[in-house]
Write a protein that binds this ligand. Sequence first.
Ligand code: SF4
Ligand code: SF4
Length: 415
Amino acid sequence: MIYKYTHPEYFRDWDKPDFANLEKPLVLWGAGKIGGVADHCLKKRGINYAAFCDIAKDKWGTIFCEHEIISPDELQKRYPDAAVIITSVFYSSTYEMLQLRGYREIYDCTSLFMEIDFSDYTFWASKEYSIRNVEQCLAAILEQKTMSGRIDQIFLNITTKCSLRCRDCSLFIPYVSSPCNYCADDILSDLNKVIDSLQYVRIVNFYGGEPLLHPDLAQMIRSLKKEQRIDRISIISNGTIIPNKEVLLAMADEERFMVRLSDYKEHSPKIPEITACLEQYGIKYEIANYTYWDKQSKIGFTGHTKEELTAKFRLCTSCNVLFLINRKGYLCSTGSAVCNMGGFPYSPSNFIDLLDTENFSEKLINFITRPRNGEYMDACKYCSGNHCVQFEEKVPVAVQTKELLKFPSLTGSEG
Ligand code: SF4
Ligand code: SF4
């Protein structure tokens, strides 16, 4: 299978380094999901590299894709004049870190991913999951390098009901005291309003909770069939529920639709039956086979300085994504989930009101360009940052809890 990125024109004028003929040792920074695909691409081109470098302490000294993972200090000691390819979505912060350490030949990994020959592919992440990670990485690097304020994906949080209760859920589902489905007409109207302003969005994702628990999912999918300003539409599901016939028919034989199944092993027992159904209806799907989760954001007063808040906010939002829930729009998943539950002290800086009719387009553009302008949200004062910031902390996947979890009480007077 040969994968071709659909928008190579975004990267047409970027450097395409000749990695095969570098006269320096080559090191890959980032031994994770992107690093694994980069390793495959380099192998396919017969390009050797010396090692992986990674900031996560628990990886140091271990082997990844047949290469040793070394620490940043070890990188400086062993390969002071290396050329480094950043194989991670955190391009800008890593670039700055490498420059401070004296590295001058620093490359992004985008040129490796314009076309990927997946024959002989052996990395643990499935091809489809890897393609999604690669596309997300390309969008993140594009945004970080161009600071365009472009939104790459919209997540429609259509329900806070879920069939699982994962303790470390990045959407804090076990903290929801009264789970509910949001009104389909409102969701569609809000989405339409946002797309009218943005003109184009690469991906729209239905998620929750578990979106298959929403009784009007089929209706929402059907109405997006006419919407041509979206490249791809996906449903993110946890492998516990077989989609009903109405949902299957709504998605059937439409190239742009895809089901993204999270495989949580014993907690996702229906995956074989679900995939059989999807195949029967000609619906594309992807299985995300996680080996770990990034730790969810920690909620509590941080005491971070303005500079720290600005940097954290920019990193957290580097994947240029918009989250819509309950008639409001947010720039990060933690903000959307915790604000929606009232877990952060109220502040209008945390969201854009989707019911606002006055100069909405202008307000939306100002809102999504806030990371570029250093205008963090007040919520960031009470949040450790999402996985983009806390990339050292991993937790086991989908550990279940029966408890109703609670946020610490925050008054807003702390910050
Ligand atoms: S399946 Fe788990 S991680 Fe996903 S939304 Fe439900 S509780 Fe959260
Ligand atoms: S610090 Fe928390 S609230 Fe602020 S952008 Fe990051 S994840 Fe969102």
